[in-house]
Design a protein around this ligand. Structure first.
Ligand code: ADE
Length: 406
């Protein structure tokens, strides 16, 4: 394994993550994670490796598993292991291996958790409740993970507090929208090496991630159709200049389909049956359930790998459908995930959320919002790092805003 290459990737990421660097300078002396075991389940690429190294520098004993079999970069994982972090991940691992890696990380008896998608926290609840008792709390990165944790909470089964990092403004307005918006196209363009301009792109789901994907598709010169189940989001898509229709109707029209819903079977057999020859299918949601890959196999039989990251399925009538990244997160399966500057903010929130949990032991089990102070601090640190200044309210203005009088 090319450890040097992994180290260079981490160094490049570090150099473009000024917020984390500032937090490092500020907290190095304090060592806020000294004596804590931190378990991480995140996409194991360079930005994540830098976060793990930083937590370790700040005193934590860190163990990490990848949060998707295709997002782990083995050179980065090897470089991280060489830094003394306990690494449990392998690119392309089987489902059983993946579970074993997450279990190994849970087995380090963590005090604090960082999760992406809820697999680690889920395992601690369903598989190792004995270990969940020792956990002070955690932080969750994604919309999907929070949906799962809130479902666990609604059943009264959540065993420890979790901070909803995904719901912080400094997270979803940037990571979900601009991060996903850019990295999904990075994945599609790297995988296919085809032009986007002039194509008809169908985006399923118009949450913050879907908005980003659609926005960047327009910027690349595509015509964009959105499918939605929420009438407010559907109206937003219309007013942002997209067409809105059903997947049933979009299926025969689209050149590139991208699912960003968090739901399952968004594109299924009845849609595959109607698609054009050459249609490209990609998923940007956390789990590989949005494009029903089983239906594709039932309809088309065996696939052929036609280029790295691209499976060709051929329908009985000869039409070819191309699936990117096995239907897993295309931005991580076919590229490097979000840009470093974006993950800088998301991971700064993770770090400060975890510090908050460590400093507030005994919080009742629930999903908590990240404090506004942390949220605005991360945004302000980023502006500071960029050298961008902004206005401040005068005392008179502050009083005016807090008064009912005009
Ligand atoms: N890199 C590390 N974690 C990521 C995430 N959740 N999304 C995109 N890129 C990432």
């Amino acid at each position: 394994m090319d450890i040097d290459q992994g180290q260079r990737k981490i160094e490049w990421a570090r150099a473009h993550m000024p917020v984390l660097q500032r937090l490092r300078e500020e907290l190095m002396q304090e060592q806020p994670f000294s004596g804590y075991r931190v378990a991480i389940c995140l996409h194991l690429e360079a930005k994540t490796a830098y976060l793990a190294m930083l937590l370790s520098d700040l005193g934590a004993d860190v163990a990490i598993a990848g949060s998707n079999p295709l997002s782990t970069q083995d050179d980065v994982a090897a470089a991280l292991a060489a830094e003394g972090v306990s690494v449990h991940a392998r690119h392309g691992c089987s489902a059983e291996e993946y579970d074993a890696f997450v279990e190994a990380v849970a087995g380090t008896r963590p005090h604090l958790i960082i999760d992406d998608g809820g697999d680690l926290i889920g395992l601690l609840h369903d598989g190792r409740p004995d270990l969940a008792e020792e956990v002070l709390g955690g932080a969750e990165e994604t919309t999907t993970g929070l949906l799962r944790l809130r479902a666990l909470g609604a059943e009264g089964r959540l065993a420890f507090p979790v901070l909803a990092v995904n719901d912080a403004l400094s997270k979803y307005l940037f990571d979900n929208r601009y991060g996903t918006g850019q990295s999904v196209w990075d994945g599609i363009v790297r995988a296919t090496n085809l032009v986007v301009a002039g194509k008809h792109v169908v985006v399923a789901g118009y949450g913050w991630c879907g908005k980003g994907v659609a926005l960047r598709a327009m910027g690349l010169g595509a015509r964009v159709t959105v499918t939605e189940v929420d009438p407010v989001a559907a109206n937003e898509a219309l007013m942002d200049g997209c067409q809105v229709t059903t997947m049933e109707r979009a299926a025969p029209e689209g050149d590139i389909f991208i699912t960003v819903t968090g739901c399952r079977d968004v594109i299924a057999r009845r849609h595959f049956e109607r698609m054009k020859d050459g249609a490209i299918l990609a998923n940007a949601g956390h789990f590989d359930v949005e494009v029903a890959v089983g239906d594709l196999a039932d309809l088309c039989g065996a696939y052929t790998i036609v280029r790295e990251g691209i499976r060709r399925y051929t329908r009985p009538d000869g039409a070819r459908l191309y699936l990117l990244g096995e239907g897993r997160l295309v931005n991580l399966a076919c590229a490097d995930g979000h840009p470093a500057e974006i993950m800088d903010m998301s991971f700064a929130l993770q770090l400060l959320a975890l510090k908050y949990v460590a400093e507030n032991p005994g919080l009742p089990p629930a999903v908590y919002p990240v404090g506004d102070d942390i949220d605005r601090r991360v945004a302000a640190l980023r502006l500071e790092a960029l050298g961008v200044t902004m206005d401040m309210l005068t005392e008179q203005q502050r009083q005016y805003l807090n008064s009912w009088k005009t």
